[in-house]
Design a protein around this ligand. Sequence first.
Ligand code: URA
Length: 259
Amino acid sequence: MHFDNLADLVTQAKNCTRCGLCQYRTQVVCGEGDDNARVMFIGEGPGQREDELGRPFVGAAGKFLDELITVAGFLRQEVYIANVVKCRPPQNRDPYPEEITACRDYLNEQIRLINPQIIVTLGRFSMAMFFDKDLISAIHGIPKRVGRVVYYPMYHPAAALYNGSMREVLLKDAKKIPLIIKKLNKMEQEGFFAKEELENEQRKFEQENLQKALEIAPSGFKVVDADVAVTLHNTQEKDIIAKTDSSENNLNGGQLPLF
Ligand code: URA
């Protein structure tokens, strides 16, 4: 599946019959927001109100998400909001694995086209798309960087509707988003990503060469040490994080477990 733009994706998704959820939906809820958003929020799936209006997070959970977006320093229209599945599961049941798989191409294409700096996962189904077998209670509020993108797991805003203390947890996690952006911007400015990419290229090249050498090596030939341990970038990254953490915006006593 490949789309040139989000509008084409929406057009195709409107007629999607890739999974059984198409039988129950009123409308396909692809997502909404800024096509060039730096922050993308990914929820689970549309509820009743979303299904009626064709827009994500417009019910009670959506109201709280709006608050979280404000705390993160953005207007709703400045971020992008999508869901793991684009059609409402009946009675708001959890989406089945085959429904998530059927919808995954749409989400992947949305991420590719929007190219956000931070992907905020809301709830465990969204988290499971980007984190391996982790418990949300253990990893919420802990960003994971992969290249230039940070994946940031948060509880689902609906959790706060039934559990008052969850509200504070979600607000606290949302408050870290501007700090993460600040760190990413600093890493970009200091040339960290360019350097890391260059080093990764170099390492790949060396590994490919080593592989070729092993393939043509005569029997009895011994390769001494295949591991090219490049740790310099890690040291540099820690320096940048330490510097940012000691600034006025530090929200976690210098201990924000970033990346
Ligand atoms: N919950 C979600 O996960 N997504 C929505 O769009 C609304 C509620």
